[in-house]
Design a protein around this ligand. Structure first.
Ligand SMILES: [Fe+2]
Length: 282
């Protein structure tokens, strides 16, 4: 708190904050609060678009060489996604997207498979909207939990992710407009990968073909998380077994987890659960 107050006072003095500006700041923070609900988190969006989330991520998750890097959690995770068998389709209602198989293994730092790892996956629809933003949807969509098999393998069926603008109808949108920034995020799929005895990783897979990789509105791109989505014209292997008609895409990516620190059993969704409890109590 001492440091926060020191920096806050220094900021106020440096810009010679006026009373009008003070009222404006109060108004913006109040608007952000009113925008929050069980489906929307404007404060996470502020943190993400100001780069604070990524600085916290960099400080919190120094990964040894070879471990999968983390990135922002973002405001669109929802609790309660169903556990699905390997190859299940999280995009069953999305009829316009290109069928895509995301597959690979969950490994330890020595390259040994981790069986029974949990992969919590979420993604925007081809429309660019998450289920929680889409008034035509009632329940959960484009979300699922998958387990790695005894060889560490996982298989997720979805559609090609798209770039999408972050919600810009609130105070974060006003800030982006006022600072001449665009609201686009490069196409990605969200993952939280966890396994007993390992440090969970909150991350994304980014599509290497996306035009916004260099200018993500929330600064979340890391080179090691960029993945090729390869187009196939003939149904083979997994696609044939799952009855996917070509053309379709495959994205191959192995997640590598580092061992959990001594005595640290961290729940990667703890913050999310606390926010949900706040909403339920309100
Ligand atoms: Fe996202």
């Amino acid at each position: 708190m001492l440091s926060l107050v020191t920096h806050l006072h220094a900021f106020v003095k440096e810009v010679a904050l006026t009373e009008t500006e003070w009222w404006k700041a109060i108004e913006i923070l109040t608007q952000a609060g009113y925008k929050c609900s069980d489906k929307r988190q404007e404060f996470i969006l502020f943190s993400d678009t100001l780069g604070v989330s990524m600085v916290v991520d960099l400080l919190s998750h120094r990964k040894p060489e070879g471990a999968t890097e983390s990135t922002v959690f973002g405001p669109f995770h929802r609790l309660g996604a169903p556990e699905m068998p390997p190859g299940a389709n999280i995009a069953s209602l999305d009829k316009s997207g290109m069928p895509t198989l995301v597959r690979g293994r969950v490994l330890d730092l020595e390259g040994r498979p981790i069986a029974g790892a949990l992969l919590d996956v979420w993604q925007a629809q081809t429309s660019g909207l998450y289920d929680s933003q889409d008034p035509s949807l009632d329940g959960l969509h484009m979300r699922g939990k998958f387990r790695s098999d005894d060889k560490g393998r996982y298989l997720v069926r979805t559609v090609r992710p798209v770039h999408y603008p972050i919600p810009s109808d609130g105070p974060v949108g006003a800030m982006l407009a006022a600072t001449a920034r665009h609201p686009w995020r490069p196409a990605h799929i969200h993952f939280v990968v966890s396994a007993e005895g390992y440090e969970p990783v909150t991350t994304h897979l980014f599509d290497s073909a996306d035009p916004y990789l260099e200018s993500d509105a929330v600064f979340a791109v890391k080179d090691s998380l960029i993945c090729d989505f390869v187009r196939h014209e003939r149904a083979e292997g997994h696609a044939r077994a799952l009855g996917i008609a070509p053309p379709y895409l495959t994205a191959d990516f192995d997640f590598v987890l580092k061992p959990a620190a001594e005595g640290a059993a961290r729940d990667p969704l703890e913050g999310q659960k606390r926010l949900a409890a706040l909403g339920a109590a309100a």
